[in-house]
Design a protein around this ligand. Sequence first.
Ligand code: GTB
Length: 217
Amino acid sequence: MTPTITAFERSPDGGKGLARDTRVRWALEEVGQPYAVRLVSFQAMKQPAHLALHPFGQIPTYQESDLALFETGSIVLHIAGRHAGLLPNEANARARAISWMFAAVNTVEPPILELATARVLESDKPWTKERLPLVMDRVRDRLKQLAARLGDADWLDGAFSAGDLMMVSVLLRLRMSGILNEFPNLSAYVARGEARPAYKRAFEAQLAVNTGKQPTG
Ligand code: GTB
């Protein structure tokens, strides 16, 4: 059965690919699974019908037959478990790739989200000017560690995996801040992710929703 995901009717980023449906689209594109998209407004996200799918009233959700999922980490893991191509077959390598997925959402994403919050939602607060450098340094600390582990490898642990898909997705949120440029190997890593045909298709598809332009590929 074709899965259906939800996405913003209009993403606040105007189609820069930062809303989290992009990572789910990317996973589905990597494994060659066609999917349908149901667009939801901010208002609809808070109504009982959507809350039944997503307890926090957010996007994306994922529905397939009688299964309904929320949380991008679990959705991508589900897709990767059902199809070849996103997780290695060898048990230990598979477990390590899953560790990277958790690291992306649990260790690397939180300081990045804190930075986004400070810059966007708290920009008018009197304490933001003083706090921002601290928040930026917390992001730098994580990136320094990640950059050290990646070294000059193409991907985090051997071949491209769902761990890289999640990590690149999380790092993309930093592009506007310029911090990524301080870590050339991470910038190149993100660029490698974006250069994947599956990422390009996912990006184009969400852009089409937000600009009305049809995907080119
Ligand atoms: N942990 C959840 C997951 O990974 O699935 C987080 C889901 C989440 O934050 N969803 C956001 C949402 O539905 C959209 S992606 N927000 C509406 C709400 O909470 O009411 C977050 C997001 C939104 C906008 C931008 N942007 O404009 O740049 C980027 C990312």
